[in-house]
Write a protein that binds this ligand. Structure first.
Ligand code: HEC
Ligand code: HEC
Length: 323
């Protein structure tokens, strides 16, 4: 069955996977937000910008994007202003990625830094409600304390945008099922960058590669098919299917050298800098190439190294099918 999803279906998965047992849960598993003020250092803000705009691609859901251009790049003035996800995506309700600029009334300007961190890593909104896990907090839960603080430092510097949006309204029973999704995640140590595999796994987790590259059935990741591709992404009449990025030599990226892998991303540097061409049926994709083109070679090299270690899955995928 073809699902119409836009930016990763991670969330829906867990929701349905959580099962009806959670119906009886009254409140999500949560702790009070930590009382912390993130250091607003230039280093933190720069690292946070990288996380927001490149690696964790917060832009993908929370920013205004130009769907007429290749990979739907962010419109700079709309960074963090929030987005009402289109109905055609087939999500279980009216889903809104909120305004996360520092606007006090319509954004998160009144939140403490601790409340922001709790929402990002633990899936609890300021008022204690559980967030729909399409917001990939289950992956962000692994974000180190240093990184999540840097991210919040950068978010604090975004221009405040006044943009009132409605709140997410999920259908029954998903509105109850998500109560089981949030979980506390505190004191997360930074991965050891010297350990290439550990670093690569961290980047793949925070980068949300699995959310788009693992195929699903009935809203759940198909067992044994991690990173094997095949998830369809459809926007109006355009369609792309996520690639098999396991090391299978016939159907995955087993034959791709490290240099080719890095070039696959860096070939889009020019677009990232000068602006991309128009989006067409042929080039249509939602792989965040323009964001990821800004990843340094050492990060891509670590991602490549880690992906060599995942289970090879023989699963043939046509990434740009002719309809
Ligand atoms: C795949 C889409 C997606 C991505 C990527 C994403 N978010 Fe979200 N985010 C959402 C949605 C949808 C919600 C609202 C869920 C709900 O209302 O139940 C949300 C909620 C939030 C909230 C809570 C806001 C509130 O008013 O309750 C914060 C803060 C947030 N996201 C920050 C981030 C940051 C920072 C990143 C990147 C590190 C990020 N998000 C990446 C979709 C996304
Ligand atoms: C929002 C969904 C999405 C996310 C997130 C995503 N991808 Fe993709 N990716 C796709 C789609 C769709 C394609 C196929 C279309 C294309 O090539 O652009 C693809 C293609 C690729 C390809 C090309 C494979 C080939 O044989 O040409 C590579 C490599 C890749 N992705 C790696 C990654 C890595 C590594 C990450 C995480 C850092 C990632 N992707 C995150 C959707 C995504």
């Amino acid at each position: 069955m073809e699902k119409i999803l836009l930016f990763g279906s991670l969330g829906v998965v867990t929701v349905i996977g959580a099962g009806f047992g959670y119906l009886s849960l009254r409140s999500p598993n949560h702790l009070p937000a930590e009382s912390i003020q993130v250091p607003m250092t230039p280093e933190n803000i720069a690292r946070g910008e990288y996380l927001f705009t490149v690696l964790a691609d917060c832009d993908g859901c929370h920013s205004e994007r130009d769907l007429s251009k290749f990979t739907a790049p962010v419109v700079a003035r709309g960074r963090g202003r929030g987005w009402q996800l289109p109905k055609e995506l087939g999500l279980p309700g009216d889903v809104v990625a909120p305004n996360i600029t520092p606007d006090v009334e319509t954004g998160i300007g009144a939140w403490t830094d601790g409340e922001k961190i709790r929402a990002i890593r633990e899936g609890i909104s300021r008022d204690g409600r559980p967030l729909f896990p399409m917001m990939p907090y289950q992956g962000f839960a692994k974000m180190s304390d240093g990184d999540v603080q840097a991210l919040v430092a950068y978010m604090n510097t975004l221009p405040a945008v006044r943009n009132p949006l409605p709140r997410t309204k999920l259908n029954f029973p998903v509105n109850y099922l998500i109560t089981g999704a949030p979980a506390p995640s505190r004191n997360i140590a930074a991965p050891n960058k010297a350990n290439k595999l550990e670093w690569g796994r961290y980047l793949v987790t925070v980068g949300g590669c699995g959310g788009c590259h693992t195929p699903m059935e009935k809203g759940e990741p198909i067992p044994g098919k991690q990173f094997a591709g095949g998830e369809p992404f459809v926007v109006s009449s355009y369609k792309a299917v996520s690639a098999n990025i396991t090391p299978d030599t016939d159907t995955g990226i087993g034959k791709m050298s490290e240099a080719e892998f890095i070039e696959r991303f860096h070939q889009y540097k020019k677009y990232a800098q000068d602006g991309p061409p128009a989006m067409t049926a042929e080039n249509f994709t939602l792989m965040p190439w323009l964001s990821f083109a800004k990843m340094p070679s050492e990060d891509l090299s670590a991602i490549y190294a880690y992906l060599r270690t995942v289970k090879p899955v023989n699963h043939s995928v046509e990434t740009h099918p002719q309809k």
